[in-house]
Ligand binder design. Structure first.
Ligand SMILES: [Mg+2]
Length: 210
C-alpha cells in the first residue's frame, strides 16, 4: 500500500495559497516568494491575522482545496502505479482546523475527481503512522520525521521547506513512480510463490513453449 499526502505532493498548495494571500494582503503575488519556509515567515502573515486565519479563509471562502493546481505528472504516475496493482491510499490532515469540514472534504474529493487521480481510499487524519502503508510520500518535515520514527519508509517530496531533512527524497512524480514501482516489484517477487513447473525469468513462457 502506497500512502500519498495531498498538499505539496499532489496539489500545489504554495501557489494556490499565495494567490489568495496576495489578494487578502493587497500585494502582488511576486511579493510572496514561492521559496518559502514551512511556517511562511517570508510572507509575514501576521499582518493579516496569521496563518490559521488566512488558511481558514482560503478554505471556506476561496475554495483553496477545489482550485489548487495539480503537481506536474501526478495523475499519469498514479494511474500507472494503480494499474500495476498498487493500493493507493490518500492521507491528508486537511481537517486540522475545527471548522469548514464539510467544504474541506467535499472540495477535496471533487478535486481528486476533477484531476482524475485514482485512489482506493482516503484518510483525513493527522497521525499518519496509524494508517499502515508500506511506503509513504510526504512533504511535511514533521510527518516525515514521525513516520520514520515509527519505523516506516517515508520518501520526501522535495520542497523548499524540507531541504534540511536527510534521507530518501524525490523531486518529481516520474522519479517517485520509479521508486514505488521498484519497491512493488521487489515485494511481488518476495511474496508471490513460484508456480510449480515454471522457471524463473522474464522469458519463462517462451522457453516452456519452445
Ligand atoms: Mg503535505
Amino acid at each position: 500500500m502506497f500512502g500519498v499526502d495531498l498538499d505539496g505532493v499532489c496539489g500545489d498548495y504554495t501557489t494556490a495559497f499565495r494567490t489568495i494571500v496576495a489578494h487578502e494582503l493587497g500585494v502582488a503575488e511576486d511579493a510572496l516568494p514561492l521559496e518559502r519556509s514551512w511556517d511562511f515567515r517570508e510572507w509575514d502573515l501576521e499582518r493579516a491575522g496569521g496563518f490559521e486565519r488566512l488558511h481558514g479563509l482560503a478554505v471556506t471562502e476561496h475554495g483553496l482545496f477545489a482550485n489548487m493546481p495539480a503537481i506536474e505528472g501526478v495523475t499519469d504516475a498514479l494511474w500507472r502505479l494503480s494499474d500495476a496493482g498498487i493500493h493507493i491510499r490518500i492521507i491528508t490532515h486537511r481537517l486540522y482546523v475545527n471548522w469548514g469540514h464539510a467544504s474541506a472534504v467535499a472540495d477535496t474529493v471533487s478535486w481528486l475527481d476533477e484531476h482524475r487521480l485514482p485512489y482506493r481510499d482516503i484518510c483525513f487524519l493527522g497521525n499518519k503512522p496509524d494508517v499502515g502503508a508500506d511506503v509513504y510520500i510526504d512533504d511535511g518535515p514533521h510527518n516525515i520525521i514521525n513516520l520514520r520514527n515509527a519505523g516506516h519508509r517515508a520518501i520526501i517530496f522535495d520542497q523548499p521547506y524540507n531541504r534540511e531533512l536527510d534521507g530518501e527524497r524525490v523531486s518529481s512524480w516520474s522519479e517517485l513512480e520509479e521508486v514505488v514501482m521498484e519497491l512493488a516489484t521487489d515485494r511481488l517477487g518476495a511474496t508471490q510463490s513460484q508456480l510449480p513447473g515454471v522457471d524463473a525469468g522474464a522469458d519463462r513462457l517462451d522457453r516452456r513453449r519452445g
